[in-house]
Design a protein around this ligand. Structure first.
Ligand code: DOR
Ligand code: ZN
Length: 351
């Protein structure tokens, strides 16, 4: 995959945003917020706390806790999302959008992933909420996996597209939808087939490894996340989509911190903590694909355009120098830490 293009010594782009982040709360928030805020101007904050963020007042309070956890010198804007539950209140969705609190709402199929027990059990049960979102111009962010245990874990995204997402698009014709953390070529094709209505986020880790990485030399829990990494052909489809310059695809790290002990155990949690290395890994991928000219579109332009927000005015510069990745980030109090994502191949870009 060596690029035919000569690589520059540095690349400067508008400050990027992260359109899919788990910042958690409490000591985990204290450990993680700074890492996202150092790299990104804004971030879409996932609402899968315990209990989930379903009310405008809860989101406002959480936004304040996030702002307080970010070092003062960093300019960072958390963009809040509403966790959709069965019977989600249309008035709460509309009011939160009008008050400038909700930027979007998140659909977790019940039991699809971490903290999704309160998620949606059938699309009928959120239809009224989705209608309110259509009217308010509020995008729906989708965790696109079916939860039927009969469906193979590697097929759950593709089946979701046919069984859930296609009917949803037809039923709610005015709804804009983001297929979050796409992991398959079917997901890429589905987004591309719905220009104007759909966007898709792609993580640095799904661009970096395929499912073999989870089992290389033994089971490797720090590569486990949901949706799970798929075959190489899918990773290549994701790399093509991300680096194409196409306006429907944008940056969403899905950085999802869990303490090291809860990953390295008999039933380890799903989630890759990539916040400290995200832009460096994305830049590596774009450089490998000879597509650095499209990095700014993916990282800094396509997302704001989809959400109808202005682009950031500041710039950031990444340099062609090997990245030194810390093993862990410490969690304040209690001696725990979070293992940082380390791709199997070198990252030759740093800030
Ligand atoms: O791997 C994941 N971790 N996937 C998700 O959808 C949720 C996330 C988390 O919150 O840990
Ligand atoms: Zn996520």
């Amino acid at each position: 995959m060596a690029s035919a293009h000569p690589l520059p010594a540095s690349i400067t782009i508008r400050r990027p945003d992260d359109w899919h982040v788990h910042l958690r709360d409490g000591v985990m928030l204290a450990a993680c917020a700074e890492h996202t805020a150092r790299q990104f101007g804004r971030a879409i904050i996932m609402p899968n706390l315990v209990p989930p963020v379903t009310k405008v007042a809860e989101a406002s309070a959480y936004r304040e806790r996030i702002r307080a956890a970010v070092p003062k010198e960093l300019k960072f804007e958390p963009l809040m999302t509403c966790y959709l539950t069965d019977g989600a209140d249309p008035a709460e969705l509309t009011r939160g959008k009008e008050e400038g609190v909700w930027v979007a709402a998140k659909l977790y199929p019940a039991h699809a992933t971490t903290n999704s027990a309160h998620g949606v059990t059938s699309m009928d049960r959120v239809a009224k909420g989705l209608e309110a979102m259509e009217k308010a111009g509020m995008p729906l962010l989708v965790h696109g996996e079916v939860t039927d245990p009969e469906v193979d874990i590697f097929d759950r995204e593709a089946v979701f597209l046919d069984k859930v997402l296609a009917p949803l698009l037809r039923r709610h014709e005015g709804l804009k939808i983001v297929l979050e953390h796409i992991t398959t070529r079917e997901g890429v094709a589905f987004v591309e087939a719905n220009p104007g209505r759909m966007g898709g986020t792609i993580t640095p880790h799904h661009l970096s490894y395929n499912r073999n990485a989870l089992f290389k030399g033994g089971i490797r829990p720090h590569f486990y996340c949901l949706p799970i990494a798929k075959r190489e052909e899918h990773r290549l489809a994701l790399r093509r989509a991300a680096t194409s310059g196409g306006s429907q695809f944008f940056l969403g790290t899905d950085t999802a911190p869990h303490t090291t002990d809860t990953k390295e155990c008999a039933c380890g949690c799903a989630g890759v903590f990539n916040a400290p290395v995200a832009m460096q890994v994305y830049t590596q991928v774009f450089a490998e694909e000879g597509a650095l000219a499209h990095l700014e579109a993916f990282a800094s332009l396509n997302g704001p355009r989809f959400y109808g927000l202005p682009v950031n005015e500041e710039t950031v510069t990444l340099h062609a120098k090997p990245l030194d990745i810390p093993d862990v980030v410490a969690v304040p109090g209690g001696g725990k830490d979070i293992t940082v994502f380390r791709p199997d191949t070198p990252v030759d870009w740093s800030f």
